[in-house]
Write a protein that binds this ligand. Structure first.
Ligand code: NAI
Length: 249
């Protein structure tokens, strides 16, 4: 399938995990990839592997985000897909009783404000084109809460869900679709970091997954590819759960 032939996809957090797998998947389906990440060597590597380009940027930096979309349109003429995916895991002890204001603010900044910024600067280009697909990475915890307290993270992802819903409704008649993608636990460096601090947390979480395993990044990438493609032409403002059945159990 070449669903993205002639299309340009900007992917944040493309250097690792879900972003990296999605860059490879969309490139395999014909997309031109603009990889965005803080990590320069990982970003350059994925750009080389996909034959696209890499822009080193911090997604919490407004000027840098604006420049990402401006440079993409300058180089390739359009931005058809924006996968706003960069994010960080919660602080080690992320209970409402213990999470400090700085840690709270940092998580909102990277996980939620970044999505606001990416949408804000992708949308004007998409409106001009009269089409576009935005996929924002939320998490299953925004729908059902986490068994292990992670208040700043869960709240940031709840914000991503609400923002996506509102934009999906607002821009539907302009040919722009905006969806939230909510993965369950996925085998990526982010998850490994979370479990390294508390190894029993992995076992506790696994109990809640009907499949009895975590997702691989490629399984999430397949869902992003669907949502970003014309196959999802009647899907907008949705919370697309790819959680191995956690929220249904
Ligand atoms: P990851 O840690 O493997 O990759 C995240 C990438 O984002 C890294 O390459 C990192 O350098 C980049 N990044 C972090 N902060 C950045 C910033 N300020 N500016 C630019 N780039 C930045 O993580 P993973 O697991 O692939 O996560 C991707 C998204 O999926 C995140 O939003 C995460 O919250 C979400 N998610 C992950 C789940 C999991 O179990 N791995 C489950 C549900 C949601």
């Amino acid at each position: 399938m070449q669903r993205f032939e002639g299309r340009v996809a900007v992917i944040t957090g493309a250097g690792s995990g879900i972003g990296r797998a999605t860059a490879l998947r969309l490139a395999a389906e014909g997309a031109t990839i603009v990889a965005v990440d803080l990590d320069t060597s990982a970003g350059e590597r994925i750009a080389e592997e996909t034959g696209g380009s890499f822009i080193a940027a911090d997604v919490t930096d407004e000027a840098a985000v604006e420049a990402v979309y401006a440079r993409t349109v300058e180089a390739y003429g359009s931005v058809d897909v924006a996968f706003n995916n960069a994010g960080i895991s919660p602080p080690e002890d992320d209970s409402i009783l213990t999470t400090g204001i700085d840690a709270w603010r940092r998580v909102q900044e990277v996980n939620l404000t970044s999505v606001y910024l990416c949408c804000k600067y992708a949308l004007p280009h998409m409106r001009e084109q009269g089409r576009g697909a935005i996929v924002n990475t939320a998490s299953f915890v925004a729908t059902m809460g986490a068994a292990t307290s992670q208040i700043s993270y869960t709240a940031s992802k709840g914000g991503v869900l609400a923002l996506s819903r509102e934009l999906g409704v607002q821009f539907a008649r302009e040919g722009i679709r905006v969806n939230a993608l909510s993965p369950g636990p996925v085998n990526t460096p982010l998850l490994k970091e979370l479990f390294a601090a508390d190894p029993e947390r992995a076992a506790r979480r696994l109990v809640h997954v009907p499949f009895g395993r975590f997702a691989e990044p490629e399984e999430i990438a397949a869902a992003v590819a669907f949502l970003a493609s014309d196959d999802a032409s009647f899907i907008t403002a949705s919370n697309f759960l790819v959680d191995g059945g956690i929220s249904g159990s």
